[in-house]
Structures are given as structure tokens and as C-alpha cells.
Design a protein. Structure first.
Length: 317
């Protein structure tokens, strides 16, 4: 069969590119980006804060014990919105407490700071992206003492059981959730009789932070306003200890509940994610500040704890 030369118009280098197909492909990509931008969630950052005043963490009668303060991930109705449970109240923010319930500050509440939009306040979905807990222990006790500071969270597989058994969301004496919390010695923690080398049961709890603080001034019987010449070791003259802890993210908080509408309109009103409180958040997400000590508050020579806690959220708007 005789050889036939391929026509020039059919050679690859002479074939014009498929401009219509390329244009169609570009159009499809552009439309896809537009669709994605329409369906993509938008977020607004919201910050909340709460604090503990400079109050004692010693028990009245002494003995080794564990101070427990919940560190909630939920927003606790920080925008002071009206709900069925808070109608008629001037302060509608949800409350929780530690297990000492000191009269000077028997409960805690979160406050939203630095402003937010109405869309964020009414959003049904929020994501807790972390936070910072700053603590300070101030010493008014001349005798040597040790305070073991922990930040813990229950193991996910047994969180529900621990919350119930240890009453971490329970109440006592008509106070707020958290006031009934009890961690048991030998089961949940163990310590030396002089509070040395305290350990948390890691079968039950994740230990997210630990620091041991020693206070004392050897040979002294009372605290003085001036420095004593015979004390040359600054480590034995510590009156204040401070620390900062990064809080773990608490994940997504969703609230798609409806509340009865008693106004002129008929039906139900939506509720927002910011109205979820400590009792309703996921048990495995909550962290707890635990301080094991053997202080006595009855002698008025105590160690006091101050807290400043800031939480950060992304609100779906």
C-alpha cells in the first residue's frame, strides 16, 4: 500500500485548541466557587469571662481535702437572654458553684465582653475553641503548707458515670450545680499525710495540668509586713504563686430547642446556643480545677485563690 502523507490540517501542532471546552470548564469552576461560597458557614468570634474573688480554699475544720471548681465550656446564657426558666429575673445568666460555696461569692456566671452581633447572640450553633485560666494563690499561713493544683477532665468512656457518682453537677444545701462535688481520697486521688506528691487517678481522669506549690517561712509564728533578716532562702518565703493554663476546646454547642411563646404570636420561639449551661454540656468536655490541701480556715490563717477565666467561641452566623 503506497504511503500517504498526513494532511497538514490534521497534524497535532496545527490543530486549534478546543477553546469552547476550555471556556466551559472555566465557567463550571467559577459556578462551583460561587455555590461553595453560598453554602459555606460564616463565623463570628465571641469572648466570655468570669472570675473568682480572692477567697479561701481551706476547709473550716481542716484535714486533707480536694477543692473542686468546674470550668464549663458552655456559654451559660452570657447574653442575659430571656428563657422560660429565667423570665422575670433581672440577671438571667446561668449559675454554677464550687464545692466550698463561700458566702462572699456563692456562685459564678459568665459575661460576654467586647461586643457581638445580634446574629451571634441568636445563633443555634457555637464552637468552643479554647480559653485561658489564670490562677493566683496568696498565702497568709506562717506554717509550711503544700497545695497541689490540677486541671482534670473525666475519661470519655466513663464520664457520665463519674459525673453522677461524684456529684460533679450535683447540688447541696439548695445551692447551684457543682456545689455537691466530692472527689474521694484513695479512689480519685492519693496524697502523703503532709500533702506531698499528690496523684490523680488516671484511670478515671485526664490530667491536663499539674503544679505543686509550697508555702512557708521556717521558724516563724506569724506573718510580718517587713522582710526577716534570718530568712535567706526566697523559696521558703513565697507568699504568692501564680500560673496560667490553656483550656482545651469544648467542641460544638448546638441548641435547636423551642420554647413556648406566650406573647401575641402563636407557636414556639427558638433558643440559642449561648443559652446552654453547665448542666447541659457534654460531660466529657468539662474540665475541673482541683486543689488538694490540708489548710484550716477556722484560724483565719488561710491560703486564698483568685481566678480569671476567658473562653473563646466561634458563633455560626
Amino acid at each position: 500500500m503506497p504511503y500517504r502523507r498526513k494532511p497538514k490540517v490534521l497534524k497535532t501542532k496545527n490543530v486549534k485548541s478546543k477553546t469552547s471546552a476550555k471556556a466551559q470548564s472555566k465557567q463550571i469552576v467559577a459556578l462551583s466557587k460561587q455555590v461553595n461560597s453560598l453554602t459555606k458557614s460564616q463565623y463570628e468570634t465571641v469572648q466570655t469571662t468570669w472570675n473568682r474573688q480572692n477567697l479561701s480554699i481551706d476547709t473550716a475544720l481542716g484535714g486533707i481535702g480536694a477543692y473542686v471548681c468546674p470550668i464549663p465550656k458552655s456559654m451559660g446564657n452570657c447574653f442575659n437572654q430571656s428563657t422560660l426558666d429565667t423570665q422575670g429575673l433581672s440577671d438571667r445568666r446561668l449559675k454554677w458553684a464550687d464545692n466550698l460555696v463561700i458566702a462572699a461569692q456563692p456562685f459564678y456566671q459568665k459575661t460576654a465582653i467586647f461586643g457581638s452581633s445580634e446574629s451571634a447572640r441568636n445563633s443555634p450553633e457555637a464552637t468552643h475553641i479554647g480559653g485561658v485560666l489564670k490562677w493566683r494563690l496568696s498565702n497568709a499561713e506562717p506554717a509550711f503548707s503544700t497545695y497541689s493544683v490540677f486541671l482534670i477532665s473525666p475519661k470519655a468512656r466513663q464520664a457520665d458515670q463519674l459525673i453522677t457518682d461524684r456529684r460533679l453537677k450535683g447540688t447541696t444545701g439548695g445551692h447551684n450545680p457543682g456545689s455537691g462535688a466530692v472527689l474521694n481520697e484513695l479512689q480519685d486521688w492519693i496524697s502523703h499525710p503532709d500533702v506531698m506528691g499528690t496523684q490523680i487517678n488516671k484511670k478515671y481522669f485526664n490530667v491536663d495540668y499539674h503544679k505543686e506549690v509550697n508555702f512557708g517561712h521556717p521558724g516563724s509564728t506569724s506573718l510580718q509586713q517587713t522582710a526577716q533578716a534570718n530568712n535567706t532562702d526566697p523559696l521558703n518565703n513565697a507568699m504568692i504563686a501564680t500560673g496560667s493554663i490553656r483550656l482545651k476546646p469544648g467542641g460544638v454547642l448546638r441548641c435547636f430547642n423551642k420554647q413556648e411563646n406566650n406573647s401575641e404570636r402563636v407557636g414556639r420561639l427558638p433558643t440559642s446556643a449561648s443559652q446552654i449551661g453547665y448542666v447541659d454540656e457534654k460531660n466529657e468536655k468539662t474540665q475541673y480545677l482541683v486543689i488538694v490541701n490540708n489548710g484550716v480556715s477556722a484560724d483565719t490563717q488561710t491560703v486564698s485563690l483568685s481566678l480569671l477565666v476567658n473562653d473563646y467561641y466561634k458563633m455560626t452566623v
